[in-house]
Design a protein around this ligand. Structure first.
Ligand code: SF4
Ligand code: SF4
Length: 233
């Protein structure tokens, strides 16, 4: 199969998984899911003020490994039923991109897919607030089959965040140990520098595995495990 190269990153990828096959958007269904953190993991991370709890760090790495297996399993089951399916995040074409507007982004975002699928809206910290809260991992698969869409119960991408709906809360600002969240939003570079190398070294030294994580803005906040209301602030 023909290979093409990204002129910016130099990374090479296959041009198409199905060259010559024409697919219209209405032929496809995005299947998106939310995997909530357990109460034990959330409770441990709630106690932290700088570094991640061990359960959280393990969930960040090994929970995501499970999420990768889940994506593969969903693809396999759909294919067994005779339909084409892919997990975009696992494709060789998936890549991150530097962006003048968004600092960095990716060609497929699990959180944006979940937002479009009606599973949640974005908070001040960029996390996805779902009916199960913001302490979640998300995944998705795109299948060439038609399934009636789930209702999307909002029209605004910040509909579940109290900062945008009521001008209150701001708890995630207080939770961030490096000041990466302000009323202007989420400073991705500042956040990433805390994740790597700071928490990376901490996890290796204290928990003995190669990992990283933070999630302090996802725990100890009103949107941790639900869509928050004013009564939660
Ligand atoms: S903690 Fe408050 S301000 Fe931050 S995302 Fe959640 S609801 Fe919005
Ligand atoms: S993940 Fe951690 S460093 Fe990043 S914004 Fe949230 S609290 Fe701040």
């Amino acid at each position: 199969m023909r290979q093409i190269e990204n002129p910016v990153t130099g990374r090479r990828w296959k041009h198409s998984l199905w060259p010559g096959v024409k697919v219209e958007p209405q032929d496809l269904t995005v299947i998106s899911w939310v995997l909530p953190q357990t109460e034990a993991t959330r409770a441990d991370n709630r106690q932290e003020t700088v570094y991640p709890a061990e359960r959280w760090a393990r969930s960040r790495i090994f929970g995501e490994e499970f999420n990768v297996k889940l994506r593969k399993h969903v693809v396999k089951v759909i294919k067994q039923h005779g339909y084409e399916a892919v997990a975009p995040l696992l494709l060789p074409q998936w890549q991150t991109r530097d962006s003048d507007r968004y600092v960095f982004a990716s060609v497929w975002s699990e959180r944006h897919a979940a937002y479009a699928a009606g599973l949640g809206t974005f908070g001040l910290c960029d996390g996805l607030i779902t009916p199960k809260g913001k302490a979640v991992r998300v995944g998705s698969v795109v299948a060439r089959l038609q399934i009636p869409p789930t209702a999307r119960p909002y029209t605004d991408h910040h509909a579940y965040c109290l900062f945008f709906t009521a001008g209150t809360c701001r708890k995630c600002i207080e939770r961030c140990p490096v000041g990466a969240i302000t009323e202007a939003g989420h400073d991705k570079l500042n956040c990433r520098q805390h994740l790597k190398p700071v928490t990376e070294k901490y996890v290796k030294t204290n928990f003995g595995f190669d990992g990283y994580g933070c999630g302090l803005c996802q725990t100890g906040v009103p949107c941790e495990d639900k869509i928050p209301t004013e009564a939660d602030v």
